[in-house]
Design a protein around this ligand. Structure first.
Ligand code: DC
Length: 197
């Protein structure tokens, strides 16, 4: 069986948590596509050409704590505007989506560009303040600075020319500003179960 779930949305909206939970619930494979861009961003920040970094990326590059910092998020968002970087990562994501047994991909352009025919598309969002507060609880630092970075990244991700962050026309919107994790996961699970039925 092939079944693709596309989960898009801005930073810290809850995509990752929801994706992991539904992948576990349905036994689907999960790809955090942000990790691909973070890995490219970190390599570019240390001097490598971003297009070459994307073209030569290995699975081992896409794991590790160094990818989870605010700086890695910013670096990812900067290389993500480069069309050649996006093109280099496209095939890998599509192949992952097309695997036997079902797949969940989370990112910014999964429902719009990578998997326009996904079986279920979710757009997970929350206010910038709520998202910044979550990131700050996770990473610490100055909360006002975290909010400024969240807004800067939203702005870059939504306004780039190639594959900007936006909900697919057929995406189900989940606003997690006032939802518990369990409630958000329950909404996502119900949408997938309805489609599988
Ligand atoms: O989901 P994340 O915070 O790990 O993503 C980091 C950055 O990578 C994000 O700000 C923009 C970019 N990105 C993208 O352009 N397309 C994706 N499918 C996933 C992430």
């Amino acid at each position: 069986m092939r079944f693709t779930v596309a989960i898009d949305g801005p930073a810290a909206a809850g995509k990752g948590t929801i994706s992991k939970a539904v992948a576990k619930e349905f036994g689907f494979a999960h790809l955090d596509t942000g990790a691909l861009y973070r890995a490219v961003g970190v390599k570019a920040a240390s001097g490598m050409d971003p297009v070459e970094a994307a073209q030569t990326l290995t699975p081992a590059d896409t794991v590790g704590e160094a990818l989870r910092t605010l700086e890695a998020g910013q670096a990812a968002s900067k290389v993500a505007v480069i069309p050649e970087v996006r093109a280099a990562l496209l095939e890998f994501q599509r192949r992952f989506a097309d695997q036997e047994g079902g797949a969940v991909l989370d990112g910014r352009d999964i429902g719009t560009v990578i998997c326009p025919n996904a079986d279920v598309k979710l757009f997970v969002t929350a206010s910038a303040e709520v998202r910044a507060h979550r990131r700050w609880l996770e990473l610490g630092g100055d909360e006002a600075e975290v909010l400024a970075q969240v807004k800067e990244r939203d702005d870059r991700d939504m306004n780039r020319a190639d594959a900007p962050l936006r909900p697919a026309v057929d995406a189900i919107l989940i606003d997690t500003s006032d939802l518990s994790i369990d409630a958000a996961v329950a909404l996502a699970t119900a949408a997938i179960r309805a489609k599988l039925a």
